[in-house]
Design a protein around this ligand. Structure first.
Ligand SMILES: [Zn+2]
Length: 222
């Protein structure tokens, strides 16, 4: 019988779970809302429920899995299986591995979501056939992961590749969520790009409610 693993991507808004075979093929998927306001125990119960759902569709018990991998926003400690601090989840020092190990009886691994994505791209995506790669994710923030010789490079604090708070504008850059100025994330994340677009439009005389392109207030009009 095929060896199957389950992967759970835990985000601030959704829990995405996949049942995957050893070639990387996704056999089953399930998506559930995270609802972090209900607290870690409720979120972890939903994660376990999503595992039961994807296994159940194939008539499998959780014990039929080889392992479960959990990808989660960091910082986290994969060796202890603990999410150290995840603002989007409102989690601090949450042991996510042990309850899932108890429910399934199989090994459970925790990894930073950007690192897991980097390894996924190396194994089955854009980085196939390469030895080393750097993966950059641009969404609400900017994150990244480094794969060297087919292994995630964690660095001293498992935060290697987290390039979002590298200072890109040394003098008088925009304020970043981390409290410093000029971080890459404050310049080029999805959030920052949208903010800078609004600033450019406003500088050109655009007001909230105007439809760009239909009014005469276009950037560069002056
Ligand atoms: Zn920053």
């Amino acid at each position: 019988m095929a060896r199957l693993v389950a992967g759970i991507d835990l985000g601030g808004t959704k829990i995405a779970t996949g049942l995957v075979d050893e070639t990387g093929r996704v056999l089953e998927r399930a998506v559930h809302p995270t609802r972090p306001e209900e607290g870690p125990a409720a979120v972890i119960a939903r994660m376990i429920g999503s595992l039961e759902e994807v296994c159940g569709r194939r008539g499998l018990d959780l014990a039929a899995l080889e392992a479960v991998a959990v990808a989660c926003p960091g910082p986290l400690d994969p060796l202890r299986g603990v999410v150290v601090e995840a603002p989007n989840l409102r989690w601090r020092e949450v042991d996510v591995v042990e309850p899932i190990r108890e429910a399934t009886g199989v090994p459970v691994y925790l990894e930073n979501d950007a690192n897991a994505a980097a390894l996924g791209e190396w194994w089955a995506g854009a980085g196939q056939g390469t030895r080393h790669l750097i993966y950059v994710t641009v969404s609400t923030g900017i994150g990244g992961g480094i794969v060297i010789d087919g292994r995630i490079y964690g660095g001293a604090h498992w935060a290697a590749g987290e390039i979002g708070h590298t200072v890109a504008v040394v003098e008088d850059g925009p304020l970043c969520g981390c409290g410093r100025r000029g971080c890459l994330e404050a310049m080029a994340s999805g959030t920052a790009i949208a903010r800078r677009a609004v600033e450019a439009l406003q500088a050109a005389g655009w007001r909230e409610g105007d439809v760009p392109g239909e009014s005469d207030a276009r950037p560069g009009r002056r």
